[in-house]
Design a binder for this molecule. Structure first.
Ligand SMILES: [Zn+2]
Length: 400
């Protein structure tokens, strides 16, 4: 007969607590039946653990319905802690504060010339974070993590920029270290395309799917890939460089040195030149989309061509990875069907039918907020379940 030592029993119990907290933390909210399915624990065990976590203040339980039946929704307790998201774009800084129940408590964005000076950018970020934490009425000691987005390739392990050509004013700066020292908080970092993917997955157009590609068209074109619920970065962190798929070997010379990359047919820096002769030198991607929606035939033509070319890249992606959803982000997503219809046509033409059939192509649901909400989701995904339990258990002991 095997005699269980008290130690092994309690460590098993602790492991089960952490499994339930992790499942709820990643999903935002789950019914008890969903927790059982996600964790593989029995319904009775889940019920006991949820009661314990509720009593010590780690989770909150609210009545809901699931498939027409009464159920109980379990979410991390809103006041168990908050996370902060900081997103640097080339021309904006956006900060959000959210709680562990996946509610956004405060959010603000400011115009900024990020390329000009890194220290000015970080000064502004530090001030905005402090202001938003104060305005949401939370003590700074409640912040348990920060997610940081930068508009270029970054090594998520070291926090160093992969290329200073993207952000010339940031030479010699490690963005993760810089922000962590200024805020005196743990910081996780990733590029804007990966955070857009994470934002749409948790809060927007990718909710409920496990495999998706987020494609962002801006001055360049990038993709964030989610495979089986997780961001796929590859060993060098460069996965998702869809902008440099070759579409035409004798096409225009790309900034990467090759010719006819997808980017040369789709990115703002190339396609706006097609319209500047007829629409003036100050045309932006957002303005082109607005004019297209108002019926401007030249803008409509360019938007449709961009859609068709992105569709060729998406077809390759569909054949290789078979995602169930592609979410289009950035200013171009605002063009709606003007860009999505030609994009889908291309996918139907160039992808193998079995991959194309299962793929839905949609506009992002978050617009310009996708990256900062992705930064919140990144911070949430890195919060240790053990930290959460330890943060709450002593409080329960104190009141009981
Ligand atoms: Zn290229």
């Amino acid at each position: 007969m095997v005699v269980e030592t008290p130690g092994s029993q309690s460590s098993l119990h602790r492991a089960n607590l952490e499994r339930v907290v992790r499942a709820v933390r990643l999903a935002g909210s789950l019914t008890q039946a969903e927790i059982a399915r996600t964790t593989g624990l029995s319904a009775a065990t889940v019920s006991n653990i949820v009661r314990e976590l509720r009593d010590n203040g780690t989770v909150q339980v609210t009545p809901t319905s699931s498939g027409g039946r009464r159920a109980r929704a379990v979410a991390l307790s809103g006041d168990a802690g908050v996370v902060v998201g900081v997103d640097f774009g080339h021309s904006h800084l956006r900060v959000a504060v959210g709680n562990l129940a996946h509610q956004v408590l405060a959010e603000q964005s400011e115009p900024i010339d990020v390329d000009a000076s890194a220290s000015e950018g970080f000064d502004r970020a530090e001030q905005l974070v402090a202001r938003l934490i104060e305005s949401s009425g939370i003590g700074a000691d409640k912040v348990i993590g920060v997610g940081l987005g930068v508009p270029g390739p970054i090594d998520v392990e070291t926090g160093a920029l992969g290329s200073t050509a993207i952000l010339p004013g940031w030479g010699g700066i490690n963005p993760r270290q810089e922000l962590a020292e200024r805020l005196r908080m743990p910081v996780q970092v990733d590029n804007d395309a990966n955070l857009g993917a994470l934002g749409e997955l948790v809060w927007g157009g990718g909710r409920g799917v496990k495999d998706l590609a987020y494609i962002k068209v801006a001055s360049g074109v990038g993709a964030g890939l989610v495979i089986d619920g997780r961001i796929y970065r590859g060993p060098g962190g460069t996965a998702g460089e869809i902008g440099h798929i070759t579409l035409d070997e004798s096409g225009p010379v790309c900034r990467c040195g090759n010719r006819g990359c997808l980017e040369t047919f789709t990115a703002a820096r190339y396609v706006l030149d097609l319209l500047r002769g007829s629409h003036g030198p100050d045309l932006t991607l957002a303005r082109m989309v607005q004019l297209g929606r108002e019926g401007d035939p030249g803008c409509r033509r360019v938007i449709a061509d961009v859609g068709r070319h992105i569709g060729m890249g998406v077809a390759s992606l569909a054949n290789l990875l078979n995602p169930s959803r592609v979410v289009l982000g950035g200013d171009l997503a605002e063009a709606g069907e003007l860009v999505l219809a030609p994009l889908r046509e291309s996918v139907a033409r160039y992808a193998i039918p079995s991959a194309a059939r299962r793929l839905s192509v949609v506009s992002g649901g978050l617009g310009a907020r996708a990256e900062v909400l992705g930064a919140l989701a990144l911070a949430l995904s890195e919060v240790g379940d053990s930290t959460l339990l330890d943060a709450n258990v002593p409080a329960a002991v104190a009141v009981s």
